[in-house]
Design a protein around this ligand. Structure first.
Ligand code: AMP
Length: 210
């Protein structure tokens, strides 16, 4: 199963990808997590990406395309993968098609901007492994500590309200057109955000015929 999770920042793509990758036994590839790790490690890619990310802007397509083509060629991706947060532009989607990277389904998580603005203030991520939590919806077992690796949970710099607004604008302008792109290819499945994480997972699995 080769799957794309589409949706606005804060729609729950990372949380759902965590659940679905266990359910479907395939890895998740999150360009956001890969870029944050690159920044932390001070790599050339990270240095290039940082200013864009801090401002809530998209990192240039060529950087992203390089990351993805390398990552999907790795051994653990042989049986499929879930892309979280990529593609984010038509140019990225076209580049993937050109590189022969094809998909079985594209799930778009639908949620209002208002709900996202409310939700983002509670999001926390692990600074070591990138796992995503929410103070109310997905709390860690121990406050401030990652369940998976024991790392410290922090608020992302780009989750500040004014940056979230900028990211939502970018989403509507650059990423939302991907829904029509994949609908034309018969791949798009739209799933409404549900009151709980588990219900949204169920709705996604149902849309995938599972
Ligand atoms: P995310 O964790 O998916 O919300 O991504 C955080 C930030 O990383 C975004 O606001 C962008 O600056 C950058 N980023 C992640 N994925 C992409 C992508 N596919 N294309 C461009 N920029 C990206």
């Amino acid at each position: 199963m080769k799957l794309i999770l589409l949706g606005a920042p804060g729609a729950g793509k990372g949380t759902q990808a965590d659940i679905l990758c266990k359910e479907l036994d395939i890895p998740t590839i999150s360009t956001g997590n890969i870029l944050r790790a690159a920044i932390k490690n001070g790599t050339p890619t990270g240095m290039k990406a940082k200013a864009y990310m801090d401002a809530g802007k998209l990192v240039p397509d060529d950087v992203i395309i390089g990351i993805i083509t390398e990552r999907v060629a790795e051994e653990d991706c042989a049986n499929g993968y879930i892309l979280d947060g990529v593609p984010r532009t038509i140019a990225q989607a076209e580049a993937m098609e050109k590189a022969g990277i094809v998909f079985d389904a594209v799930v778009s998580i639908e949620i209002s901007d208002e709900t996202i603005m409310e939700r983002m203030s509670g999001r926390r991520v692990c600074e070591s492994c990138g796992a995503s939590y929410h103070l109310v919806a997905v709390p860690p077992k121990q406050e401030g500590i990652c369940d998976k690796c024991g790392g410290k949970l922090v608020q992302r710099k780009d989750d500040a309200p004014e940056t979230v607004k900028a990211r939502l604008e970018v989403y509507h302008k650059e990423t939302e057109p991907l829904k029509a792109f994949y609908a034309q290819r018969g791949l798009l499945k739209s799933v409404e955000n549900q009151p709980s994480v588990a219900e949204t997972s169920q709705a996604i699995l149902h849309a995938l015929g599972r």
